[in-house]
Design a protein around this ligand. Structure first.
Ligand code: NDP
Ligand code: OXD
Length: 306
């Protein structure tokens, strides 16, 4: 069996070593133009030329959860496209979002500023019931995040395409219930995949429906958010702040106003990193399953876009 590796921006050697040691019978190589046809590919942001040449692939394994960039390419029609299914990301995402929610709710930025000014001051405890958190996207990551937040006794609502039942989470589904979900939310967390339906989903019209003084946490994709609309709603006071991990252009250009807006906290697309060992173990298990003709989870539906 031949496995080709084509991951832009990723040091290949440790991945090759891990894949070779887990699949001793396989020939695992870094792709280069003109390379012979492989059976499976491990990819991140490959060029179109890769798929134009590798037309016999049975499995294409994306080393991330989001496949929006991959699905813009012309892929071999017979290939099963597989995304990372957690692989150590959901706990990281839960940490990041719980941190962001708690930091905002407990006013830790305000305390940090007070301490910096050598001031020993107390703030009136806030009512948790007045800070319902809404999680958009209740998939592998969103469901873990929503349930982690519920552990801290926040009222949690969730929104997904199909109806869900999650302990501790009031679930809304589909376009028909989107406005009700927004109206029930004061802290909005985005964990949707980027698809034609979800692009620009956080814009003036939708963010205006959040409860007054809302806070936005975007950990999915930059193109979900209309940057100017966020800035306008921060300026008007309808939004209290935002914590953003993803941006339309990454790295975020230095001239972008988000760098200078004190109500916005930015992090460099780091909320849930791909963990190499966990990812290799998952990919190898799925390569074996596909070769044996077994069903696997994490298969991408190109029509649905995730
Ligand atoms: P999943 O595919 O498991 O979950 C996607 C969720 O979004 C599902 O609940 C799905 O609904 C819902 N959804 C999709 N389309 C719509 C729609 N039109 N309306 C309402 N709900 C919709 O994805 P993951 O949880 O694994 O990952 C989510 C995203 O997180 C990734 O696509 C990626 O962009 C981002 N990500 C960001 C990282 C970072 O470091 N910042 C790291 C990893 C991922 P249903 O359940 O009904 O299908
Ligand atoms: C992912 C990401 O999609 O890192 O996994 O953003």
């Amino acid at each position: 069996m031949k496995i080709t590796f084509c991951c832009t921006g990723t040091k290949p050697e440790p991945w090759l070593a891990g894949l070779r040691s887990a699949l001793p019978g396989a020939e695992v190589t870094v792709w280069e133009a003109g390379a012979p046809a492989a059976d499976h590919a491990v990819v991140w942001a490959p060029p179109q030329q890769f798929f134009d040449e590798q037309v016999k692939l049975k499995g294409v394994f994306n080393i991330g959860a989001g496949v929006d960039a991959l699905l813009k390419l012309r892929l071999p029609p017979q290939a099963t496209v597989v995304r990372l299914d957690d692989a150590g990301m959901s706990v990281q995402m839960a940490e990041y979002v719980c941190h962001a929610v708690i930091r905002h709710f407990r006013e830790f930025d305000g305390y940090a500023a007070d301490i910096q000014a050598r001031t020993w001051s107390y703030r009136k405890p806030r009512e948790r019931a007045e800070f319902p958190v809404g999680v958009m996207g209740l998939g592998v990551l969103g469901a873990r995040v929503a349930q982690s937040l519920a552990q801290f006794d926040f009222p949690v609502v969730g929104w997904s395409r199909s109806a869900k039942e999650l302990m501790g989470v009031r679930c809304f589904a589909g376009a028909a219930q989107f406005d009700d979900f927004l109206a029930a939310t004061r802290i909005l967390v985005n964990l949707l995949p980027l698809t034609p339906e979800t692009r620009d989903i956080m814009r003036l019209e939708t963010l205006s429906r959040l409860q007054s003084g809302a806070y936005v946490i975007n950990v999915a994709r930059g193109a979900h958010l209309v940057d100017d609309d966020l800035l306008a709603l921060l300026a008007s006071g309808h939004l209290a702040g935002a914590m953003l991990d993803v941006f339309r252009t990454e790295p975020l250009p230095l001239e972008h106003p988000f760098w200078r807006e004190p109500k916005i906290t930015i992090t460099p697309h780091t909320s849930a990193r791909t963990l190499r060992d966990e990812s290799i173990a998952q990919i190898v298990g799925k390569v074996r399953a596909l070769e044996a003709g077994h069903a696997i989870v994490g298969v991408v539906d190109p029509v649905r876009g995730y």
